[in-house]
Write a protein that binds this ligand. Structure first.
Ligand SMILES: Nc1nc2c(ncn2[C@@H]2O[C@H](COP(=O)(O)OP(=O)(O)OP(=O)(O)O)[C@@H](O)[C@H]2O)c(=O)[nH]1
Ligand SMILES: [Mg+2]
Length: 446
């Protein structure tokens, strides 16, 4: 875990040397004291007011280091929940590094570990774990759909849903425990079966949430559409056309593409990884054989295979099973009138005919894969999926305990365990090593 004590931590929260403005942040009990000794401005620092002034330090030549704007946030009303100072200076890497060096000379100040600002916010209850994870998702979002989902989670979508689910369990637990407290008195117990409906509803919600994970994982990684087919059928030509740039080598020689090449395009606001592959035939050498093996691996991983046939090539190897989602493209129709049946798209990479239809098909495949989520919540994180998996199993145990007529103390214990599992989403009950893992995945300054 972080070397957390009452240190004041410092870090640059913008990438060094990117120009414009850079923000250096200080968080902890010494934050205000530290900056006050280095900052000269006409007025005193007031919480939540930005003050313009100069950075000063005796070690720094003439003493004047840079103009800057300092904003002070008094804890607990700050992003970390502690006293926090944000220093905006010019964005040159020298200025930022020098400022950091000077700050680190001050007593009690040390450099922040990766994710430590967010970790402190978490420890002080400013942010729960699901929202901290959403910060990472937001930073990494590459497309509109991933961004929308990260925003939803950052605004507390998952946190609220988990809150409602926990409330339901707490209500049951309260009734069961009140009854257990009075068990030595002559009062009638509420039959445990009264709780069955709530537990079943929770199980239905959990199953629906787990179903969103397929789409959620695509938000993380993008959809994968490999172009597969016989050598020379025009896979690389089509790959380049869909990308809108000449990325893959195209030649009249069969077996040109040896290794897979991938590039991401955006379709309907979603990242789609297009993969150009080696043509499938009886390999004529070791390099080609491994290329072909990779093509087969791509078919396994595919969300949609774009199977390319063409008028002047023959498909030697039957490549995909009926169950693999695919679209069959028949290329080079400019070469002649032959148009065999059962192809989805008739295309010419030379004239561009059929390209719009193919794009429409790819678009509808993406659109049809969208999952609206449970109350807007889509699980996109393996950790969350794992927690809800275990939560679902525990709910089944609760149901079984009730159905088999176990006493309220047993049911209460099962429900308490379910609550503990659910608490891992927000960080209430998350084991320390997992917390450490999550926060150390952040970058320094976050
Ligand atoms: N006339 C015509 N030629 C095409 C068309 N599409 C591709 N070609 C030509 O077909 C040849 C093979 O194209 P590629 O895109 O390299 O084919 P490939 O499927 O990637 O081939 P490999 O990488 O060897 O498996 C090249 O000479 C292309 O110019 C088309 O629609 N019409
Ligand atoms: Mg090729």
């Amino acid at each position: 875990m972080f070397p957390f004590n009452d240190d004041t931590i410092a870090a640059i929260s913008t990438p060094p040397g990117t120009g414009g403005l850079a923000v250096v942040r200080l968080s902890g009990p010494e934050a205000l004291d530290t900056i006050s000794k280095l900052f000269s401005a006409p007025e005193k620092l007031t919480p939540r007011y930005a003050s313009y002034g100069k950075l000063i330090h005796p070690d720094l030549g003439e003493g004047e280091f840079d103009d800057c704007v300092v904003t002070f946030f008094k804890g607990p009303n700050s992003a970390t929940g502690e006293d926090l100072v944000e220093i905006s200076v010019h964005g040159g890497s020298y200025v930022q590094q020098k400022l950091l060096e000077v700050l680190l000379l001050a007593p009690g100040v040390r450099i922040a570990s990766a994710g430590e600002f967010t970790f402190r916010a978490f420890l002080r209850g400013r942010i729960d774990l699901s929202r901290a994870e959403a910060v990472v998702d937001l930073i990494h979002a590459r497309d509109a759909a991933a961004h929308k989902n990260a925003r939803q989670q950052l605004q507390g979508g998952l946190l609220n849903l988990v809150g409602l689910m926990s409330d339901d369990l707490i209500k049951i637990l309260t009734i069961l425990e009140a009854e257990l407290d009075f068990s030595d008195q002559e009062i009638a117990f509420t039959p445990t079966e009264t709780h069955l409906e709530t537990i079943r509803d929770l199980k239905t919600t959990t199953s629906a949430l787990l179903e969103t994970y397929f789409y959620g994982s695509r938000l993380e990684e993008g959809f994968r559409f490999p172009l597969v087919g016989a050598p020379n059928s025009g896979k690389s030509s089509l790959f380049n056309m869909l990308l809108g740039q000449d990325r893959a080598i195209v030649t009249a020689q069969p077996g040109t593409t040896r290794d897979t090449i991938e590039k991401t395009i955006i379709i309907a606001g979603h990242s789609v990884v297009l993969v150009d592959t080696a043509g499938l035939r009886e390999a004529q050498g070791e390099a080609e054989l491994s290329g072909i093996d990779r093509s087969k691996e791509e078919i396994e991983k595919a969300d949609l295979v774009i199977l390319v046939h063409s008028l002047d090539t023959e498909d030697l190897i039957p490549v995909i099973s009926e169950n693999t989602p695919h679209v069959i493209v028949y290329n080079k129709i400019d070469l002649g009138p032959r148009r065999p049946k059962n192809k989805d798209i008739y295309l010419s990479c030379k004239t561009g005919e059929g390209l719009t239809e193919l794009k429409e098909l790819l678009y509808s495949h993406v659109i049809n894969s969208i999952n609206a989520g449970v109350a807007g919540v889509i699980l996109n994180n393996e950790r969350h999926r794992n927690v809800f998996d275990r939560f679902g199993v525990q709910l089944s145990a609760c149901l079984l305990a009730v159905e088999d007529g176990y006493g309220p103390e047993y049911v209460a214990s099962d429900i308490r365990q379910a609550l503990d599992i659910l608490g891992e989403i927000t960080g209430k009950t998350t084991p320390e090593d997992i917390l450490n893992n999550i926060f150390s995945g952040f970058c320094v300054g976050k």
